[in-house]
Design a protein around this ligand. Structure first.
Ligand code: MG
Length: 248
């Protein structure tokens, strides 16, 4: 069931979202070659807890980190650990904060140092597909319009689209209804109404749609080793258009 948020719910969700956005800002300031993914996780944990919030992902379905840190061919759910970031890598940091009863969730893929031109384009295009999809999230539009926007934008540019994972409603739970896939038919699916809050999160591969999970049970990587980007915002549907709660 899709939960419609009240004004007071939304005020609290915005506070939780701001903490998550700040955690990404601090990661962006500190991220550099030579750091391990565990060090990034520690930064995220420190920022979130310094606000009296809790990391939404820590312990979620048993996840062992405060953030999912996914490097290069890792698409999502990277477990923070000893992997060292190198110059030219891309690093997706997916995180959320639980505050005053509500969760937040956002992700950004950072380029470290000098990345290849095609990788830079992958990041820019994936982020642009997210913003195009957000524009499509108008009252009266359908969820399929949002999904289709991501798909069309990324297919046109020859990228692979991860099919097995998707965006989601968010609020008192990290993952609520509805599911928000990155592919779909325009004009189909649930109609968007005021007070809905959900995450749109394109997970886009340089080539090929296929992904699989590593033996650690978490980390999802591309089948062909090509690199992947992941950008996510949490939005609120209003009569005046979509509002990005996790805006930085
Ligand atoms: Mg999410």
């Amino acid at each position: 069931m899709v939960s419609i948020k009240s004004a007071s719910d939304i005020a609290k969700m915005l506070e939780a979202a701001k903490i998550a956005a700040e955690a990404l800002n601090v990661v962006e300031q500190k991220l550099r070659a030579g750091m391990t993914t565990k060090e990034i996780d520690k930064i995220v944990h420190q920022v979130i807890t310094s606000h009296g919030a809790q990391p939404s992902f820590l312990g979620l379905y048993g996840f062992p980190g405060s953030a999912c840190v996914s490097v290069n061919e890792e698409v999502i759910h990277g477990i923070p650990g000893g992997r060292r970031i190198e110059d030219g890598d891309i690093v997706s940091v997916d995180l959320g904060a639980f505050y005053k009863g509500f969760h937040s969730d956002t992700c950004y893929t950072f380029a470290v140092g000098q990345v290849a031109d095609d990788v830079k384009a992958l990041l820019e295009d994936t982020n642009a597909s997210l913003y195009e999809a957000i524009k499509a999230a108008q009252v009266g539009a359908r969820l399929g319009d949002v999904s289709h926007t991501v798909e069309a934008y990324c297919r046109e540019r020859g990228y692979g689209i991860v099919q097995n994972y998707c965006g989601h409603g968010i609020g008192r739970e990290v993952h609520e209804d509805p599911e928000v896939p990155n592919h779909g038919k325009a004009g189909h699916g649930m109609r968007l109404v005021e007070g809905m809050t959900f995450c749109i999160e394109p997970m886009i591969n340089m080539k090929g749609d296929g992904v699989h999970t590593l033996s650690n049970g978490w980390t999802v990587v591309t089948d062909n080793g090509s690199w992947a980007a992941h950008f996510e915002h949490e939005i609120l549907i209003t009569a005046n258009g979509p509002v990005i709660l996790t805006k930085r």
